[in-house]
Design a protein around this ligand. Structure first.
Ligand code: B12
Length: 211
């Protein structure tokens, strides 16, 4: 059993060592990294998100939680990547223009890497031109777009349109995700796939490659 309250407490600490110790302790007990990530770190970040929405905490508190979450993910990464599959091609991924949220995108990147993709992570606040340049340079099999704001999710539609218009048939399969993104929205903007979370993102990417 994962004690999500302990993770919740760890995410709020100024010092990163409590969250690091917690993750290491669960790994030592043999709890799978994926479970520590989902039930511990992501679960606790959900609590942070609810308090942020209710205006019980503020941006600096969330930034602190985000920094601590990244520390926890860094420790889990080697275990998440264990048993790496053979190379499946390149994935270019980034958070769209106007959006600086990257925790979810980083988890998707890590799991994609673990599933055998060569991952080119363009980071946050990536303009359409940036995605286009990376697609031309790396010729990925999959392009992943992340957005966490209802305002920036509209950027995804722009990126998809520009990539398809510029290179047509040579365009990679495009998958989208992020908290406000739904399957319906993904369909409406012409994405090839949608991932509710990082694992389903990987499954969708692998399925698209089979086509
Ligand atoms: C952490 C956080 C921040 C941090 C970000 C730090 C960082 N390095 O990322 C900081 C403090 C910087 C921040 C800033 C802001 N934030 Co903020 N933030 C959050 C919070 C609390 C958690 C997001 C998160 O990391 N969740 C955990 C990860 C693991 O989940 P995830 O991102 O959804 O990713 C998973 C899936 O969605 C999926 N996925 C994600 N991307 C992709 C991509 C692909 C291709 C696939 C397949 C799957 C996939 O897989 C991931 C893993 O399972 C959310 C609340 C929430 N519940 O979402 C608000 C939230 C997103 N923020 C919000 C807001 C309003 C803001 C600000 C505008 C606040 C302000 N007044 O300044 C700014 C925006 C700045 C900007 N221009 O981007 C709102 C958005 C509301 C809306 N409807 O648009 C939210 C929902 C909070 C709220 N309820 O009000 N924020």
């Amino acid at each position: 059993m994962i004690d999500v309250e302990a993770f919740n407490k760890g995410l709020r600490e100024l010092d990163t060592s409590p969250i690091e110790r917690l993750v290491l302790e669960y790994l030592r007990q043999g709890i799978p990294a994926q479970k520590i990530l989902n039930d511990g770190l992501i679960g606790a970040m959900g609590i942070v998100g609810r308090e942020f929405k209710a205006k019980e905490i503020w941006v600096p508190d969330v930034l602190l939680a985000a920094r601590n979450m990244h520390k926890g993910i860094d420790i889990l990464k080697p275990a998440l990547l264990e048993g790496q599959a053979p190379t499946r091609g390149t994935l270019v991924i980034g958070t769209v223009y106007g959006d600086i949220h990257d925790i979810g995108k980083n988890i998707v990147s890590a799991l994609m890497e673990g599933s055998g993709f060569r991952v080119i992570d363009l980071g946050i606040n990536v303009p359409t031109d940036g995605f286009m340049a990376a697609v031309e340079k790396h010729e990925p099999a999959i392009l992943g777009l992340s957005a966490l704001l209802t305002t920036t999710m509209l950027e995804m539609e722009k990126v998809i349109a520009v990539v398809r218009k510029s290179i047509g048939d040579r365009a990679p399969k495009i998958i989208v995700g992020g908290a406000p993104v739904t399957r319906e929205f993904a369909h409406d903007i012409g994405a090839d796939g949608y991932g509710e979370d990082a694992i389903s993102g990987v499954e969708v990417a692998l399925r698209l490659l089979e086509k």
